[in-house]
Each structure stands twice: as C-alpha cells, then as structure tokens.
Design a protein. Structure first.
Length: 334
C-alpha cells in the first residue's frame, strides 16, 4: 500500500502539468482565431474599392417633447370613429321595428297603441292583476286603458274582438287576458274565448270548465256561468272551428253570445296557422294584431300583412307589444 501511494503521489504533479499545457493550448488557439478574423477583415477592407469617409461629425439635436399623450388621444379618436361607424352600419342594416311609427310606415296599417315590456320573469296570468303586482303593472295598466279606449272607438257598438299576431310568442295571450280584466274594471260582462287549438295558453293558465268544442255543439250549460269574466277554453285537439259545426250554426251562437255579454275577446292562433285563425275572424266584428317590438317583418310574413289589408274596416289596428316606453316623470306638488 505504501508503495502504491508513493507511485500515485508521483503521478499527481504530472497530471497538473498536463492540464496546464491544455489550458495554454486553448488560450493560444483562441488568440490565433481572433488574429485570423482581424486579418481577414482588414484584408477584405483593403481590397474593397469603395471606402466611406466621414465628412461632418454628427451632433445630437435638441430633445423633442414626448408624443405619448398625442398618440393616445389620436388612437382614442380613431377607435371612437370606428365604433361609431360600426354602430351606424348596424343601425342602417337593422330593419327591426322598435316604435309604433315604424310599424305603421312598414305595413301601411293603423295603430291602436303600444304596451311596455313587463320586466322580470314571465307573469302568471292568474295573479298578474292582484295587489302585490300593482307597482309592476302600473305603466302597463295605463297604456292598456288607452288601447281599450281605441278598441271601443273601432268597435262602434260591435262586441266580438279577435286578437291575433303574425308569429308565435308575441304576447297576444297576455294582452287578451289583460283586456278582459280591463273591460271587467268598467263593469262590462266579458267572455274570453281560447281559439288557439294548437297552443291553448288561456286554457292552461286559467283552467276553465267551459270548452269551445262543447258549446258550439250545444250551448245549454254556458248560461250557468255568472262570473264577471267568463272563459271558454278548448281541449287542444287537432281541430278547427268549422269542423265543430257549420258556419250558420256558429253565427247563430255568436249572436246569442252578443246578447249575453258586453264584449267577447277571442285569443286566436297566429296568422301563420292559415285557416285556423281566419275561421274565427269570420265571426268577429273587429280584428287586432299584436306585434312584438324589436322584430322584423320577414318576406314570408308580408302575405299576412296583405291579408290584414284585405279585411278593410274589419281590421282595427296594431298593438305594439314589449316596446321600450319611458314613463313620464311625476313632479312633486308644492
């Protein structure tokens, strides 16, 4: 072991000497490469025919003020202009109807009035006119009174009013029920008929015990209904009015209903249901159409507008529903 240790001790200095030589070789190599690069660069410049000469010594100008705020203002103005341009294009291309005047101009048909959008969840027709909803329904009620007055002026003694729309879900059921309450408030005997066999919303919400299918076959039992607002529902069958009975018989029944009630309101299916709504219109004195605001009249719906024009004096006018109406501010009295 001692002999081996002695041999190892003799090898250590030789290893250090070898590493020193390697380090010197590495430095010499780098120096050589650096000198070679300089030589090549100098040689290239000496052989290049065009040489740059400095004529004047450049001196820095006076420091200019920062344009940061100017650029921020300019970018803001450009952004505002682009936003206004986009809004103008959207407004120009938007053909939806938002105001009563727009609906009159688009259809060339009269207007009865407009009703505001009821904010919040979909109202329950059974409780919408109760005391707890008084504040929520106040503006709607005031506008509804105006519509009721215009309808009375159109009816001119007539009693049967048909309520339809161009499309589904435009709020005609709510308006029909609301008009029934509005007429009952002025001591009118009201009959509300659910004429929408495809979607009997009035029947589902008010759950009447009297049905169209039964009455227009035999009318004996409706006389027992002495409530302020009578409701005649339907069972939602795949049927039309004239399939229940013939036109002459139904006309006689409506004549009897006119003698029992002051106003008869019929909630019709939309006009896109074709004859299902038109059969009811045969027996109505006046027809009004509900149109939801912020919708457009499509090409396929123009034929229904033409049909309303063909009704001539039997068409009372439009009711614009869910419109944005700013309530007048109430000034405090001194």
């Amino acid at each position: 072991m001692a002999d081996l240790n002695a041999k190892f001790a003799r090898l250590v200095p030789f290893d250090a000497t070898v590493k020193t030589y390697e380090f010197d070789i590495d430095i010499a190599t780098k120096e050589y490469l650096d000198v070679l690069n300089r030589y090549n660069s100098t040689n290239l410049q000496s052989k290049f025919s065009i040489r740059l000469m400095q004529i004047d010594t450049a001196t820095p100008d006076v420091a200019q003020p920062s344009k940061k705020m100017l650029l921020i203002v300019l970018s803001g103005m450009v952004s505002l202009f682009l936003c206004l341009l986009v809004l103008f294009i959207l407004f120009y291309l938007d053909d939806s109807i938002k105001e009563p005047s727009g609906l009159v101009a688009r259809t060339d048909l009269p207007m009865l009035g407009a009703l505001n959008l009821i904010k919040g969840a979909k109202p329950d027709l059974r409780t919408i006119w109760e005391v707890e909803n008084r504040n929520k329904m106040q503006q709607f009620k005031e506008l509804l009174r105006s519509v009721r007055f215009e309808i009375d002026q159109e009816l001119k003694g007539g009693k049967v009013l048909a309520i339809t729309s161009l499309n589904k879900h435009e709020g005609k059921t709510l308006i029909a029920v609301s008009l029934a309450y509005a007429y009952s408030a002025i001591n009118k005997r009201v009959l509300l008929i659910d004429g929408n066999f495809d979607n009997p919303s009035v029947t589902r919400n008010l759950q009447p015990t009297l049905f169209v299918e039964d009455y227009f076959r035999t009318n004996s039992y409706i006389e027992r209904d002495n409530s302020k607002i009578s409701v005649l529902g339907n069972r939602g069958n795949d049927i039309t009015l004239l399939e229940i009975n013939d036109e002459k018989y139904i006309q006689n029944e409506f004549d009897q209903l006119r003698s029992r009630y002051d106003i008869i309101l019929i909630d019709l299916p939309p006009l896109d249901s074709l004859n299902k709504s038109k059969e009811w219109i045969l027996f109505a004195n006046k027809t009004v159409a509900v149109f939801e605001a912020n919708r457009r009249i499509s090409g396929s719906q123009k034929q229904y507008v033409e049909y309303l024009k063909l009704l001539n004096n039997k068409f009372g006018g439009w009711i614009l529903n869910k419109a944005t109406i700013i309530a007048p501010s109430k000034k405090s009295k001194n």
